[in-house]
Design a binder for this molecule. Structure first.
Ligand SMILES: [Zn+2]
Length: 605
């Protein structure tokens, strides 16, 4: 099929959120929300801890808070769309400030709930969550109570929150400021150098010309070396603050809080990584095949994201992209295809290319209207088509969750990427079946897919290995710059093994990877490996069982905010994710993809 030269894309419609930004409807909406929250706070403060006498009052507060949060999220989702689509508009940062203040007011009511549930007698709490109006959100209520078990006294928690601003969060801000300003001197072919902002570092390292990639890597790391002491101080302080708080909150292990947030048990995490390490040869094999295609045996850590040098046909038009996604969904998973058409008809997708749009892509939704919106910028690559499928996969998840109460729609990060990765596979299945998609494009797409796999199973595993080793040692005191480098190099060696060239390590990855410096979240890594492997298992089942598998898949997505991940998977799939065998199967499925990759590669070269 011939492709149009210029991609023409779509602008979304947002009127179902509010007819006009800060028009009369929106102003009245915000006023009512803020009044309701004020009233709710007064009610909550006056209500004694949960006991049979206070149960009616607490039920009213819970239901009103659930409703208020749904309205706040609606407002916030609307603003996220506007902020992304018009990054230059000055009114939006001010509006975001107002949302943050409203969220803080809501958070204070949530603290009252923790206080009320924490000391409630077990039988009384159980009876409370069994009430007709509360049973559908019993899991969420149980988590509020659990949070109470690991909090200090209210006055100490307030002190900790106040000190956090100048402590852990200040270290995070310092890192953001320094790393954001960082630049490096890229050597050019003519012997001169060019100053580049660090934001261009990653794409330069993945440059198809490997000499440029290496020069960028080395120059960038000299810049990181220049701020190594500050990075080490920040990392030591961030982890140190956390460990101190964990001790005072009586957390037995530094992984307990990340695991609680992820909705999984320690046993599940350990089983997953045991299976990954046991089968690490498979993801390494992909990098070996790729290195061989480029005439080499090994790679360096910095080039793990470099693309395969294949020539692909020119830019795709937006209508062609839509047709590819639509036909793949319709042929492989009709219900999701129908939802995709609904989104297209409703103008729920923004893909236009124009200035002042934020980079990247996301899906957001309103639990109030039951609608989703997808944001992206379509530049005509096959990667953009994958992004379209990925984000509409998130939208499908959101659509299925409409059947649940708002507080039963909040899934953990471990289940956040299930539907999106599944949708990418549905697209890929559809495309492989088509004769009018050229083999070069199929190869480029599979290469991108498997590169993503290598990030999730090797790069992320490296980060988990490093972060765990770091936290273990940090309990006894601060680590030096050279110790950070040693731990990072050891983690890379252990994970990448013989595919990593001698001297191919990146000893400054602990400094350059901003995820280690996010002050609100530790171990921002394992949920990615988890989500990817779970999605792969679901795809494998779908391949085996066909359409009859889909009701179970949808049951899993629908229940994703209603229970622990172990229970959700057990109920939908009858599988035990605390066992290593479950994860082993997910990784071994890679053999099929590697076979396909080899075949496409040999046909192409
Ligand atoms: Zn996603």
């Amino acid at each position: 099929m011939p492709t149009e030269r210029t991609p023409t894309a779509r602008v979304w419609t947002l009127e179902s959120y509010f007819p006009v930004f800060n028009g009369p409807d929106m102003v009245a909406f915000k006023e009512k929300l803020q009044n309701d929250l004020g009233q709710l706070m007064a009610d909550a403060q006056q209500t004694p801890d949960l006991d049979p006498d206070a149960a009616d009052d607490w039920e009213k507060i819970v239901l009103a808070l659930e409703d208020a949060q749904t309205r706040l999220d609606h407002w916030s989702s609307y603003l996220s769309c506007l902020e992304a689509a018009h990054a230059d508009e000055e009114a939006y940062p001010l509006e975001r400030g107002e949302i943050d203040r409203t969220r803080a007011a809501l958070k204070r009511i949530d603290i009252e709930l923790v206080r009320a549930f924490k000391k409630a007698e077990a039988g009384c709490f159980e009876a409370f969550t069994r009430r007709r109006a509360l049973l559908p959100i019993a899991y969420h209520l149980g988590r509020i109570r659990s949070r109470g078990r690991f909090t200090m006294s209210p006055s100490l928690e307030r002190l900790a929150a106040d000190l956090n601003l100048d402590g852990i969060q200040a270290w995070g801000r310092l890192y953001d400021r320094l790393s954001g300003k960082l630049s490096f001197k890229l050597p050019l072919a003519d012997g001169k150098t060019e100053v580049k902002p660090i934001s261009q570092w990653r794409s330069l390292m993945a440059h198809p010309d490997r000499k440029i990639g290496r020069a960028a890597f080395e120059a960038g790391n000299r810049a990181w070396q220049g701020i190594e002491d500050v990075c080490a101080a920040a990392l030591n302080a961030i982890a140190g603050s956390r460990l101190t708080l964990y001790r005072h909150r009586r957390r037995a292990h530094f992984l307990d809080e990340p695991l609680f947030k992820a909705g999984i048990q320690r046993q599940t995490l350990d089983a997953m990584y045991a299976a990954v390490r046991e089968n690490i040869a498979l993801p390494r094999e992909f990098l070996k095949i790729k290195a061989a295609a480029m005439g080499r045996r090994q790679i360096a850590f910095f080039e793990r994201e470099a693309p395969l040098p294949v020539a692909v046909a020119g830019p795709l038009s937006w209508s062609r992209a839509v047709e590819l996604v639509d036909s793949s969904f319709a042929g492989v998973y009709p219900a999701q295809g129908a939802h995709f058409r609904r989104m297209m008809r409703g103008g729920w997708i923004e893909s236009d290319v124009r200035p002042n749009k934020r980079p990247g892509a996301f899906c957001t939704r309103s639990k109030l209207t039951g609608e989703q919106r997808v944001f992206m910028t379509f530049n005509g690559t096959l990667g953009d088509v994958t992004t379209l499928a990925h984000e509409t996969g998130h939208a499908w998840h959101g659509h299925l969750l409409k059947a649940m109460r708002p507080w039963a729609q909040n899934y953990p990060m471990t289940l956040a990427e299930t539907a999106s990765i599944f949708a990418e596979h549905v697209l890929a299945e559809g495309l492989y079946r088509r004769a009018d998609v050229d083999e070069g494009q199929k190869l480029a797409m599979l290469d991108e897919d498997l590169s993503g796999m290598a990030v999730l199973l090797l790069d992320i595993t490296t980060r988990v290995t490093f972060e765990q080793a770091f936290y273990e040692e940090r309990q006894a005191g601060e680590l030096s710059v050279s110790r950070f480098k040693d731990l990072m190099v050891a983690a890379q060696r252990e994970t990448y093994g013989d595919v990593l060239a001698a001297d191919g390590e990146d000893p400054y990855f602990w400094a350059s990877k901003l995820h280690f410096y996010i002050s609100g979240l530790s171990f921002y890594n394992f949920p990615y490996t988890f989500g990817y492997l779970l999605a792969r298992t679901l795809v494998a089942r779908f391949r085996e069982e066909g359409q009859s598998f889909l009701p179970r898949y949808e049951a899993l997505l629908t229940a994703s905010g209603s229970n622990t991940v172990e229970t959700v998977v057990a109920q939908a799939l009858d599988e035990d994710i605390t066992r290593r065998a479950f994860w082993r199967e997910a990784i071994r499925g890679l053999t099929v993809d590697l076979g396909r990759y080899r075949k496409l590669l040999s046909a192409h070269t």
